[in-house]
Write a protein that binds this ligand. Structure first.
Ligand code: C2E
Ligand code: CA
Ligand code: CA
Ligand code: CA
Length: 279
């Protein structure tokens, strides 16, 4: 029995250390990633439910490492949050996306809006608002075209600090969106007291709402709550025509998901848009 116990301990040890090694490797590779321009930004369209016109795009970063291959953002963002690399990464994504969309907008009849994900670690940084203001000004994208997406769980961290930060962002004319909505524990009353312009229904609910009455109820309730509070509602992860039809029927204004388009690089986005007539 002793030997078996030892074996198990040894096995757990080895597994932990393998995980740790992998994390160390990713950490050191991440430091090179920005310098070597390995990180790319893809854009996923958000469409108006009534007209199916693209009104906005969400920036999603992509990391293809020459040695390790494709690493999903969930994985490397979690590491960047631990190491502090998230600040440089977040600044890079924001600055790049704002500049690219500002430039694209010059060729469009209707300007596109842009949504950028912000990590809670960034939001809690003391100079966060100044950094954002500086990057947005430099990019020349009008602030009212930019939406910052924060997850619902950021709201329960330090409520006074969060409230102040969100108010300062609103004073800059930026929009605030609550991502992955419905999965957290924030109370409705609390959310209504914050300057929130948009909520995004978590894709887990959209994914099974046609099979699961609970998910359908949550979806319906969030749409109604958004309408009642004059907040935009986005359904994310829309994959089928049937989901799209139901959501539109229920009054969800904005839709995002593979049914309309996967996240694409900038040059694949352009052909999906109505270009300005050159006269
Ligand atoms: P998120 O912000 O909730 O982004 C939506 C995720 O759902 C994206 O995954 C997107 O590609 C995926 N998605 C969109 N439509 C569909 C669909 O119809 N079906 C399915 N199955 N998936 C769909 P992605 O790009 O892998 O990003 C994962 C997460 O990584 C994001 O979740 C976000 O939390 C984080 N992330 C990505 N880019 C950034 C960034 O620049 N900064 C920060 N802080 N986080 C980011
Ligand atoms: Ca998001
Ligand atoms: Ca989301
Ligand atoms: Ca998410």
């Amino acid at each position: 029995a002793k030997i078996r116990t030892n074996d198990r301990v040894h096995f757990v040890d080895a597994a932990l250390s393998a995980q740790y090694q992998e994390q160390l490797l990713l950490e050191s590779e991440m430091q090179l990633a920005l310098a070597e321009q390995q990180i790319e930004i893809f854009y996923q369209p958000q469409v108006d439910g009534a007209t199916h016109h693209m009104t906005s795009v969400e920036a999603l970063c992509r990391w293809n490492n020459p040695r390790l291959g494709y690493i999903p953002p969930d994985v490397f963002i979690a590491i960047a949050e631990k190491t502090g690399g998230i600040h440089a990464l977040g600044d890079y994504v924001l600055s790049q996306a704002c500049s690219e969309i500002h430039c694209l907008n010059r060729s469009l009849q209707q300007p596109l809006m842009l949504s950028v994900n912000i990590s809670p670690v960034q939001l809690m940084q003391p100079d966060f608002v100044e950094r954002i203001a500086q990057i947005v000004t430099q990019s020349q994208l009008p602030a009212e075209l930019l939406t910052l997406e924060v997850t619902e769980n950021v709201l329960i961290d330090d409520t006074d600090k969060v409230r102040q930060t969100l108010n300062e962002l609103k004073a800059l004319k930026l929009h605030i969106s609550l991502d992955d909505f419905g999965t957290g524990f924030s109370s409705l009353r609390y959310i209504n007291s914050l300057p929130i312009d948009e909520i995004k229904i978590d894709r887990a609910f959209i994914n099974d709402m046609l099979q699961n009455p609970h998910s359908m109820n949550v979806t319906r309730t969030i749409i109604a709550m958004g309408q009642f509070n004059q907040m935009k509602v986005v359904a994310e992860g829309v994959e089928t025509d049937e989901q799209q039809a139901w959501l539109t029927e229920m009054g969800c204004q904005l839709l995002q998901g593979y049914f309309f388009s996967r996240p694409v690089p900038l040059d694949k986005l352009k052909p999906m848009l109505t270009l300005k007539q050159t006269t």
